[in-house]
Design a protein around this ligand. Structure first.
Ligand SMILES: Cc1cc2nc3c(=O)[nH]c(=O)nc-3n(C[C@H](O)[C@H](O)[C@H](O)COP(=O)(O)O)c2cc1C
Length: 346
């Protein structure tokens, strides 16, 4: 897949998730088969750029390219500034956030709320594209299907965004009103794909190789984006890639592999956040990694009492060593959805 001057290695992307897809997690997903990764959103508010949170998000040291940074905001000139700021710090692709359902993103009604204000949404796109074009930086955009079930304007907006110079569009198959409730629907994504020439990425509830295949077939999308299913299971990308290529299922990772990946991830995590903060924020990643494994729940409670990185690493290592005595490979996780459960309305 091409995106401006870049050729992406495959069509499986890890979704931007604030507080989750930091640099260590993006690098892990790429190592395990994701072909593209977009950063957590960076605010367009200049006064926040020097904050620890935003400067960490704008730090891409060691990350393989192309580096894609998502920006969020509501003012066209500020968004253009934010694009230039991030390009100066290494961004090679700028992604505009019109997908986040949070009521207030950066204290303004940004994210998917912008889909209700079509003129403003378009003005933002035009302003960001104008800032990025002279630097040869492609602009991509992520949105939902619309504001509500009665106001699904994704197709109208998608057409306007393509004309304004967006290079790739991701659609999460839910409305803003839905938040994360209900099931994602893929008819609107298919309708968007049918009218655009630029690549379209389908997103929402893809949590197994079978579902990935079904969503690709239904939407005819150029690529898939996976978010929550990659939490604790970053190897889902290579599982999906293998299934799409062969129709077969890849064997689950060995317990030793899973332990090695998680340990390396924890080291990268502590290096980014520092030990005191990192030991706490790492608990979520450890919890996700163990949540569907036998005995994982009770270990989570034990781990939440550990406040020291060395002890956390040892506890994780010991837990996997015990699991490895009983299983060579991770016990297979039963996917939350399968072909029969996929809602594909005609
Ligand atoms: C914790 C969390 C944080 C998220 N943060 C962002 C974000 O910063 N920008 C964005 O466009 N979408 C964000 N999303 C939405 C995801 O990118 C994705 O569209 C959504 O989770 C649906 O995909 P999934 O079903 O594969 O998880 C977030 C989702 C979650 C769960």
């Amino acid at each position: 897949m091409r995106l401006g001057a870049f050729v992406l290695p495959n069509r499986l992307f890890v979704a931007p998730m604030a507080g989750v897809t930091d640099r260590p997690f993006r690098m892990l997903c790429r190592q395990l088969g994701a072909g593209h990764a977009v950063s957590e959103m960076v605010t367009s508010k200049r006064e926040l750029w020097s904050s620890l949170k935003t400067s960490r998000r704008a730090d891409h040291r060691g990350e393989p390219g192309p580096i894609a940074v998502q920006i969020a905001g509501v003012d066209p000139a500020e968004m253009a500034d934010a694009a230039r700021y991030n390009i100066d710090r290494g961004a090679q692709i700028i992604d505009i956030n019109m997908g986040c359902p949070a009521k207030k993103v950066c204290n303004v009604f940004a994210g998917s709320a912008l889909m209700s204000n079509e003129p403003l949404a378009l003005a933002i796109v035009e302003s960001v594209v104008a800032a990025c074009a002279p630097r040869n930086v492609p602009v991509t955009l992520k949105m939902r299907t619309g504001r509500s079930e009665t106001e699904r304007n994704a197709v109208t907006l998608a057409r306007a965004f393509e004309r304004a110079g967006i290079a790739m569009l991701t659609v999460h198959g839910r409305t803003r009103e839905q938040g994360f409730k209900g099931l994602a629907e893929y008819d609107t994504i298919a309708a968007v794909k049918a009218v655009l020439a630029i690549p379209v990425v389908a997103n929402g509830d893809i949590d197994s190789p079978e579902k990935a295949r079904a969503v690709l077939a239904h939407t005819r999308a150029d690529a898939l984006m996976i978010g929550r299913a990659a939490q604790g299971r970053p190897w889902i990308f290579r599982e999906v890639a293998h299934h799409l290529a062969t129709g077969e299922h890849l064997a689950p990772p060995t317990v030793a592999e899973a332990a090695r990946w998680l340990t390396a991830h924890l080291h990268d995590h502590y290096a980014l956040y520092g030990e005191a903060s990192g030991v706490k924020s790492a608990r979520r990643h450890i919890g996700w990694a163990l949540r569907e494994l036998p005995g994982g729940e009770s270990f989570r409670a034990e781990m939440n009492r550990i406040d020291d990185c060395g002890a956390q690493l040892r506890a994780v290592g010991d837990w996997f060593a015990r699991l490895g005595e009983q299983h060579e490979r991770l016990p297979r996780i039963v996917a939350a959805a399968n072909d029969d459960q996929i809602e594909m309305r005609a």
